[in-house]
Ligand binder design. Structure first.
Ligand code: FE
Ligand code: CA
Length: 511
C-alpha cells in the first residue's frame, strides 16, 4: 500500500470512529476543548432521506480559508438535536459525536427512528457555540402513495463566474428535496470572466480542495439552500479536475499521480457533503451511485459517470473535445458507468415499483450531433459511450419501467430533450436545469445545434438558474427557473420555460 493511501485509510478510520455515537468516549479533556471563534461558519446540511431518518452534516471551521479550518489538531465533541418544531422545543432525537482533524472536523450523523414523510428541524452545538437551525424531512414510507413531491435540481456553480441568486428562488420554492448533479466546486484558477475572485492556486491536494470547499460553502445563499431541505448529491468532473475519467485527466497521463489527486478530491468531497458512511472514500475509491425511494410516487437512480468509465477513445481524431464517428466510439464493450454500475442500474430498473423513475446523472444525456463539414460528437459525455446509453434506453422498455424521466447538468444550458430513436415517441424526456452560475453557450450557436438535433425541444445558454419538478400521480411538471442577472449580488428569478409530461404517456408538452 502506498503511503498516501495508507494515510487516507487511517484518516478514514478516524472519521468513522468520529461519526459513531460515542457517549462512553465523553471525557473531561474532550469537553474542555476550547474554540473561541464561531465554528459553524459553513452552515448545516442534511441529505439521504429515508422513511425513518437522514444524514445531518456540519463542519467546525472558524477560519474556513485556512487549511486546518482554524481548528486545533484535536478531536472536539459536537452535540446534535432533532426536533419537530423550528424552535426545537419538542426534541425527538439527540446525540453526541466527535469531530476529528483527520476528517477536517466534519460531522456526519445518521439519524434513525423518526416518523416517515414529515418535516424535522436540527441544530448542532460545540464548545459553547450553537449552529443555525436547518429544516429537513424524512422520505415517505415505502408503501405510501404521497400526493406530491416538489424537488429542485441544480448543477455547475462556478464561484468566480457569478452570484448564486438561484438559491434565493430555490429557498422560496420550499422544495421537499434538492438534487445537486455535479460541479459543486471548480478546481481551477483560470482568472477568466471573474466576478468574484478566489484562491489563485488550482486545487490539487487535500489542503487546497478543503479550502476551496471552505470558500464555496461560506456563501450564505448556498447555506440557506442546504438548510431548507435534504440534498442528494452526485459529482461531475470539476470536483476533481476538468474532463477527468477513471484514472486520467487531460493533462496528466500518469494514473498513479492522478489517483493520488482523485483520493484527495474525493476525501474533501465526502467531508463537505451530507453523505452516509457507506460513501466514505477508501483511498481513490468512493461509492456514490445509489437509489432513493419517495414512497411509491418516485424512485431516483443516481449515477457516477466519472469514476468507472472506460478511457476516452479515438484520441488521434480528437479536436478540442469532439471526435468524428470512429468505430471505437460505438464499441459495446465501452461503458460510461463501468460494467458493475451498469449491472446495478439494470437490476434497479428491473425491480422498481415506483410510478415515476428519475435518472439523476451528470449530463445532457441525448445524442448531440455537432454540425459542421463532418458530424462530430463530444468525447466527454454519453456521446463518447453511445452503447452504454442505448442499454439504458433498452432496459426502460424491456423492464417496462414506469414513466422514466432524466435530469442532468454539466452543459451550462437549459435543455429539454426527447431521448431515443424516434423523437415523436421518445423513450424518456430529459431536462437539464441550466447552471447555478457557470457561463454557457450563446443562443445563436445553440440554434444551429437545435437545427442539427430535432429532438431538442428547448435550449437557452445565456441564463443561469435551476430546475423545479412537481410530481403527482397524474403528471410531472418541469419549470426552468432563471435568474435575471447572475453577475450582480442579488437578482430575482422568473419562469423561463415550463413543460408537462403526462403519466403513462411519453413525450413532453410545452406549457
Ligand atoms: Fe460545469
Ligand atoms: Ca462538468
Amino acid at each position: 500500500m502506498t503511503e498516501p493511501s495508507r494515510r487516507l485509510l487511517l484518516a478514514q478510520a478516524a472519521a468513522l470512529a468520529g461519526a459513531a455515537l460515542l457517549p462512553g468516549a465523553w471525557t473531561p479533556a474532550l469537553a474542555a476543548t476550547r474554540i473561541v471563534a464561531y465554528p459553524f461558519t459553513l452552515g448545516v446540511a442534511s441529505g439521504e432521506p429515508t422513511p425513518d431518518g437522514m444524514v445531518l452534516w456540519t463542519r467546525l471551521a472558524p477560519k474556513p480559508l485556512d487549511s486546518d479550518g482554524g481548528m486545533p489538531p484535536a478531536p472536539v465533541a459536537v452535540t446534535w438535536e432533532v426536533g419537530e418544531d423550528r424552535g426545537l422545543k419538542r426534541i425527538v432525537a439527540r446525540g453526541r459525536v466527535r469531530a476529528v482533524p483527520e476528517a477536517a472536523h466534519s460531522v456526519h450523523v445518521e439519524v434513525a427512528g423518526l416518523k416517515p414523510g414529515r418535516e424535522y428541524f436540527y441544530r448542532f452545538t460545540a464548545a459553547g457555540h450553537a449552529s443555525s437551525t436547518g429544516r429537513t424531512r424524512t422520505a415517505p414510507a415505502l408503501a405510501a402513495r404521497p400526493e406530491r413531491l416538489r424537488l429542485a435540481y441544480g448543477s455547475c456553480q462556478k464561484y468566480e463566474a457569478g452570484y448564486w441568486s438561484a438559491y434565493d428562488a430555490l429557498v422560496a420554492d420550499a422544495p421537499d428535496l434538492v438534487l445537486f448533479l455535479g460541479d459543486y466546486i471548480y478546481e481551477g484558477a483560470t482568472g477568466r470572466n471573474v466576478v468574484r475572485p478566489h484562491q489563485p492556486v488550482e486545487a490539487h491536494d487535500l489542503a487546497t480542495y478543503r479550502t476551496r470547499y471552505g470558500l464555496y460553502k461560506s456563501d450564505p445563499k448556498l447555506q440557506a439552500a442546504h438548510a431548507v431541505a435534504p440534498w442528494m448529491v452526485i459529482w461531475d468532473d470539476h470536483e476533481v479536475d476538468n474532463d477527468y475519467g477513471l484514472d486520467q485527466d487531460r493533462t496528466n497521463p500518469d494514473p498513479a499521480g492522478f489517483l493520488r489527486r482523485r483520493a484527495a478530491a474525493y476525501q474533501a468531497y465526502y467531508e463537505h457533503m451530507p453523505l452516509r458512511r457507506t460513501a466514505a472514500p477508501v483511498g481513490p475509491d468512493m461509492l456514490l451511485y445509489r437509489a432513493l425511494n419517495w414512497g411509491q410516487l418516485a424512485q431516483f437512480q443516481f449515477t457516477d459517470t466519472r469514476q468507472y468509465r472506460n478511457r476516452r477513445t479515438c484520441l488521434a481524431l480528437e479536436d478540442g473535445k469532439s471526435i468524428p464517428d470512429c468505430p471505437e466510439r460505438t464499441d459495446p464493450a465501452r461503458s460510461i458507468l463501468g460494467m458493475p454500475q451498469e449491472a446495478w442500474l439494470m437490476k434497479t430498473l428491473a425491480s422498481t415499483t415506483a410510478q415515476w423513475n428519475l435518472l439523476a446523472q451528470q449530463y445532457q444525456m441525448g445524442e448531440l450531433k455537432r454540425p459542421g463539414p463532418e458530424v462530430r460528437y463530444s468525447n466527454d459525455g454519453w456521446d463518447g459511450y453511445p452503447a452504454s446509453r442505448q442499454r439504458i434506453v433498452d432496459q426502460w422498455a424491456k423492464a417496462k419501467v414506469s414513466n422514466p424521466v432524466v435530469l442532468g447538468g454539466d452543459i451550462h444550458v437549459f435543455i429539454a430533450d426527447e431521448l431515443g430513436a424516434d423523437p415523436e415517441r421518445p423513450a424518456a424526456s430529459a431536462f437539464v436545469g441550466g447552471s447555478i452560475s457557470s457561463l454557457g453557450a450563446v443562443n445563436g450557436d445553440l440554434k444551429k445545434l437545435a437545427d442539427a438535433n430535432p429532438h431538442l425541444r428547448f435550449t437557452d445558454g445565456e441564463k443561469r438558474g435551476y430546475g423545479r419538478v412537481d410530481l403527482t400521480a397524474k403528471g410531472c411538471d418541469v419549470t426552468f427557473r432563471a435568474v435575471q442577472n447572475a453577475l450582480v449580488e442579488s437578482s430575482p428569478a422568473f419562469d423561463l420555460a415550463k413543460f408537462h409530461v403526462e403519466a403513462g404517456r411519453t413525450g413532453m408538452h410545452t406549457v
